[in-house]
Design a protein around this ligand. Structure first.
Ligand SMILES: NC(=O)c1ccc[n+]([C@@H]2O[C@H](COP(=O)([O-])OP(=O)(O)OC[C@H]3O[C@@H](n4cnc5c(N)ncnc54)[C@H](OP(=O)(O)O)[C@@H]3O)[C@@H](O)[C@H]2O)c1
Length: 349
């Protein structure tokens, strides 16, 4: 299957619980009838789907926030951008473009209930595909974690791990906008070069450098804010190099997701000696601030201060491959699948 089949609902479902990274045989491709909307319902046609590391947890059947734990044979959870193509719902008109929980499928019926809300974009001058990434969940994650949890001040010495990923590329740019001095960590010289182009003051290639040795050299007076996307021994090394009053934002722990047992942090008590804080957050807890987030990010994009970094894979048939890329660390910025070939990425509706 390479061309998108027309006249049917194409879906990716769970065939097997992944062991290690996801593989093609963990996914089942299925075609079903396109559903007809009943009274109070509307039909969505998927345009873009975002990809995120959490999706492997969905495939493992783990309970993640409000998302229903998935069984073998279920459609995989996934958020994206869609247009309303038929409607018997007073609040959704044919032609509306919304973003929300679509699942890995090309059509979805919704009643627009509170648990299944679809958001109309609060800005209408931005390319449509951004709603699947920079101005979607990835943007809200980065904005919620950085703007609401880091308590950053101009001149702060900031370290961001997973810096070349979807969340990381936004966090490093917001930190620069706020006048922080930003060190970005990523794997490999190409990603590090890219991050310097993006405005980072300096980079650490964690795949070739000894982090525990580098941090005291780069931060002789300690780290003011560490934005943690990776967890594990990176978090542990940062805890050993904190400045007075340091803040750690716990966003993710991607280095631990493929492990059988979590890492088991031993040195968190280092926070005491520097009056430090470690604060976690969950993106869904910022739902009610979605419009504010999108307006602020869009404002920076318009002003040329923030560059959306999005890698677009074309074709719904490539969704399994696109997810595997996240764990292989191949992606730069947020990974998005453009589901329909008849769209130009960047098209504004
Ligand atoms: N708290 C929340 O509500 C929330 C919301 C969204 C995302 N998250 C979490 O935030 C993190 C970043 O998400 P994202 O969407 O930006 O993901 P992403 O685009 O896939 O980026 C993650 C980056 O992590 C790096 N990475 C992968 N494996 C690694 C390893 N073993 N050690 C160190 N780095 C590794 C990769 O780059 P390199 O090549 O540089 O290794 C990759 O580009 C994830 O842990 C995700 O689960 C949390």
């Amino acid at each position: 299957m390479t061309e998108l089949a027309e006249g049917v609902n194409c879906q990716w479902r769970i065939a097997a619980r992944p062991v290690g990274n996801v593989k093609r045989e963990d996914f089942e491709y299925r075609e079903t009838e396109i559903p007809e909307p009943g009274e109070g319902e509307f039909l969505l046609r998927t345009l873009y789907l975002g990809l995120a590391p959490v999706m492997r947890m969905y495939m493992l059947g783990e309970a993640v926030a409000q998302a229903r734990p998935l069984e073998i044979g279920d459609i995989i959870h996934g958020r994206g951008v869609a247009e309303v193509v038929a409607s018997k719902h007073p609040d959704y008109q044919v032609g509306d473009v919304v973003q929300g929980q679509l699942g890995w499928q090309t059509y979805k019926i919704s009643r627009g209930t509170p648990g299944e809300r679809f958001f109309k974009m609060p800005v209408n001058d931005m390319p449509l595909g951004h709603a699947g990434g920079t101005l979607g969940m990835t943007g809200l994650s980065a904005w919620g974690g950085w703007m609401q949890c880091a308590d950053a001040r101009p001149g702060d010495r900031v370290l961001v791990s997973g810096a070349a990923g979807g969340v990381g590329t936004l966090v490093v740019q917001m930190a620069r906008i706020q006048g922080c001095h930003v060190t970005a960590m990523a794997g490999g010289p190409e990603k590090c070069r890219f991050l310097e182009e993006l405005g980072c003051d300096r980079t650490i290639d964690y795949k070739s450098e000894d982090l525990a040795g580098r941090l005291p050299e780069l931060f002789p007076d300690g780290i003011d804010v560490y934005f943690d996307n990776v967890g594990g021994d990176t978090l542990s090394a940062c805890l050993d190099n904190l400045a007075m009053g340091a803040r750690i934002v716990l966003c993710g722990s991607i280095s631990e997701y493929l492990l059988d047992e979590p890492y088991g942090l031993m040195n968190y008590t280092r926070l005491r000696s520097v009056n430090g804080t470690m604060r976690g957050f969950f993106v869904y807890n910022f739902w009610d601030r979605f419009d504010e987030c999108v307006e602020q990010l869009a404002g920076w994009i318009r002003a040329g201060q923030l560059r959306p970094v999005e890698q677009v894979i074309e074709g719904f048939h490539r969704m399994p491959e696109a997810l595997a890329r996240l764990y292989d660390g191949v992606n730069v910025g947020v990974q998005i699948c453009q589901v329909r070939a008849d769209l130009l990425h960047g098209e504004t509706k």
